[in-house]
Design a protein around this ligand. Structure first.
Ligand code: GUN
Ligand code: ZN
Length: 426
């Protein structure tokens, strides 16, 4: 039995670039996606694809709406649901005043489950189907998250936050305990259903050299793990890292010395980097998460997309809630556009929607499984109603080209346009 989704369908085959290359995407104005056993079986013009339909098959007709691969949020904190929109602090004060106290509550597994449910339902309502997620230092916060993700059949990456110093004692682990917890959680969750485990040192200041060394050992010895952390977000943070690790050439070099770079390593923010750092990204094939709403809200600075992409560094988009101010990957794209404008770069709609889908999948090394609609991919997708608000509706009516419509979607869209989200065709 197959499921057919009919509507306008857009997906990407690679980065369209700053001067968009039309060979990088496929668009079907009246398209159809055929899904069998949760995977893409065929994509093409509706009249062609629907020829194969039998009476047992299901057809969902979304004509007039736009179907995209589900959004991929490459960096977000589920434990910061209650931190979003907290006033007036830059990174280090923001962590101390708002974030650490909020994360303390996750010692209670019941709280973790409640927030995990709320968080995942919120992602789905925004059309986000995969994310790389930070829980808290508490092992039970990871169990709560993965249990709820598995219940919803989602492809998700997560792993216990590691922090054994420079943080409140109620959020501190230690090297041996953290290693035990990681091994236990990896055993329980890594590769189960659609879930993957990420070693997650919060950031260099909150891990001792001994803990970073332990993480490097685990990373080297366990195939298929991810490593995610924060990097070069804020100037005070960078000065602190310099003080704590005087022997390192740069912030990135701290992680490098402990073996934390690599094709499954995802670094959030990456604002204040130099050319040597970028060269290490290239050589190690590490990835970056671009978090525009967070970088604006916490006053951190402006990500340089061109510098990364020119070198071929993989970049994904990320909300970074609760530092970020929206779960919507469309709103995040609108802010990305503005951030890039501040230093003379432009984000066209093609590249924007690529970033939010296949770009994110590439960033997380998940592009073999998700991110577009090539045959065999897992059929996670979002149906967008481009007339969901009066402002959008009017703008769409006067738009002359598809590109103009997609750009208006990226600047004006939010959760109200996400009409339906499909997970594995359901
Ligand atoms: N750096 C270390 N921890 C965090 C966090 O929770 N959010 C952000 N934006 N940056 C961090
Ligand atoms: Zn973050």
């Amino acid at each position: 039995m197959a499921t057919f989704l009919r509507g306008s369908i857009l997906h990407f085959l690679r980065d369209p670039g700053a001067e968009p290359d039309p060979a990088a995407w496929e668009y079907f104005d009246d398209g159809c996606l055929k899904i069998v056993d949760g995977r893409v079986a065929a994509l093409g013009p509706a009249p062609d694809i629907l020829k194969a339909r039998t009476p047992q098959d299901t057809l969902h007709d979304h004509s007039g709406k736009l179907i995209l691969p589900g959004f991929v949020d490459t960096h977000v904190h589920y434990a910061q649901v209650d931190v979003i929109a907290s006033y007036g602090r830059q990174l280090l004060d923001w962590l101390n005043d708002y974030t650490f106290p909020a994360e303390r509550a996750f010692a209670d597994p019941e709280h973790g489950r409640r927030i995990a449910k709320l968080f995942l339902d919120t992602l789905l309502r925004h059309g986000t189907t995969t994310a790389a997620v930070y829980p808290t230092v508490h092992k039970q916060s990871v169990d709560a998250f993965f249990e709820e993700a598995e219940r919803r059949n989602l492809r998700m990456v997560c792993g216990k936050i590691l922090m054994d110093r420079n943080s409140p004692d109620y959020l501190r682990d230690d090297v041996a305990g953290a290693e035990r917890d990681c091994r236990d959680l990896i055993e329980r969750w890594h590769g189960k259903a659609r879930l993957g485990y990420a070693l997650t040192p919060r950031f260099a200041p909150t891990s001792s050299p001994e803990q970073l060394a332990m993480i490097g050992r685990l990373y080297a010895e366990t195939p298929g793990l991810w490593m995610q952390t924060h990097l070069a977000e804020n100037l005070d943070e960078i000065a602190w890292v310099k003080q704590l690790f005087p022997e390192a050439r740069s912030y990135l070099d701290v992680y490098d010395r402990f073996g934390l770079l690599g094709p499954r390593s995802v670094f959030a923010h990456c604002i204040h980097l130099d050319e040597a750092d970028r060269a290490r990204f290239v050589a190690s094939n590490s990835a970056m998460s671009f978090c525009p709403t967070s970088n604006l809200f916490i006053g951190s600075g402006f990500f340089d997309l061109e510098a990364a992409r020119r070198l071929g560094v993989r970049v994904g988009l990320a909300t970074d809630v609760g530092g970020g101010t929206s779960y919507s990957m469309l709103q995040t794209l609108a802010e990305a556009y503005k951030v890039l404008m501040t230093h003379g770069q432009r984000l066209n709609a093609w590249r924007g929607l690529w970033l939010a889908t296949l770009g994110g999948a590439e960033c997380l090394s998940l592009d073999g499984k998700i991110g577009n609609f090539t045959a065999g991919k897992e059929a996670d997708c979002v149906v967008l109603d481009l007339a969901a608000t009066p402002v959008l509706d009017r703008r769409m009516q006067v738009a002359k080209t598809l590109e103009e419509r997609l750009f208006a979607l990226m600047i004006l869209g939010d959760d109200r346009v996400a009409a339906k989200t499909y997970i594995l065709g359901e």
